[in-house]
Design a protein around this ligand. Sequence first.
Ligand code: SAM
Length: 430
Amino acid sequence: MEPTFSPPLHMQRHQFVIDFVKRNKTQKVVDLGCSECSLLKKLKFHREIELLVGVDINGAKVKRKMHGLAPISSYYLQPTYDQLRIELYQGSVTQKDVRLRGFDLATCIELIEHLTLADVERFSEVVFGYMTPVAVIVSTPNSEFNPLFPGLTGFRHSDHKFEWTRAEFKSWALKVCLEYGYEVDFTGVGQAPPGQQERVGFCSQIGVFHRLGGRDSCDMLYGDDAEDMFSYTLLYSINYPSLRDQNILRRVLVSEVLYWAEKLKGRWLEQKRDYSFTLCQTERRGEECLGVSERRMEMENKQTAYATAACGAEMCGRGVAEDTERKDEELSWTNVQGQHELHRFVSVPLAVLWYRCPKVSALSGNLTNLKHILMEAPEVKLSQDGSAVLVQDQGFEEKGDCNDLEDSGYAEASQYSHSDEQEEAWDTNV
Ligand code: SAM
């Protein structure tokens, strides 16, 4: 019976590479003979990889599916600090190119059997002698397994120039190790049926090579060959969005600040409205334990502290008890006189945003940085001293009725002003 593999053999080969990458935390990986980039597409999800390169002699094959390597939209919407650059080249593994030096891992999955024996010699020199990656994974068919494929005469593929026995593969691999300073372990994927494994071996045999001296021997090797060769043609390159890119960091931080400032404003206004309603009810019932103005002041004080704390605590996950003590961080109203009309803003101190929103603090590092970044951001309106984000109160503009607000006890003097528009204290305008 013809052997079938589960998962399919090509997936087992790719999984072997993925497991190696995970175990060794390899950052720079080149896939030689990458074909339609199917291994690269799996490797791009492994965040330890920072540089992923594919090379194939057949440029048309590479181009066919290469756009599947582009970042999906969530990478732009929620970038992380991880970095990934992908490059694809058309070129032959028998030729040197300086851009392929300095890799942690080179994979050659079902490649060498497509080369003539003379080209295998060149390949060995280029990969092990010139590129000198820290590790190399070579997989190739094991011809001893072939009798288990009924009806198979000759090689497994019409383009194969040879298929080696385990002894032939071993002999080539050990020669390479001796010549270029590597050591090798032999394994494989695609198990033979029970009882036959030892006799026929794996369907795909694999050699895992490690450079003697590891990473440290790299500089010494490069010193020997100063020549820079560029024999490959770049077909595709892409940098994945990363928060290590200052422009991306700025964009994400600004959108985070605008989002939370708006949220905090919304919560604060909601709380104020609830308070106003409670106050009206109480007054109507004539429960005059305190004078109205005294009670209003007392409730306002509590209200502002709780509104601010509730917004922060609920949305950003900090404790209310801690937050109620931050009297200097309260939201407040501030007014800005435009050319024709008065605009009202809610002033959200940067300190509130920084302390209450972990993502804002993580992205900015400290309050001074946050202020500097926001000062450069035209989409954020800051108070004149730069200590608060001003979020427009749309409701106020629509109503345009200042007296209602003052009557409800909402009016507060602003400590902020702005350079190009004159901000005025609310209660001096009503
Ligand atoms: N590595 C692929 C995978 O795991 O999905 C499959 C490789 S496919 C069987 C062999 C590939 O080697 C082909 O895409 C072929 O174009 C490429 N190839 C053949 N000779 C080459 C050479 N001299 N340099 C680079 N690539 C070569």
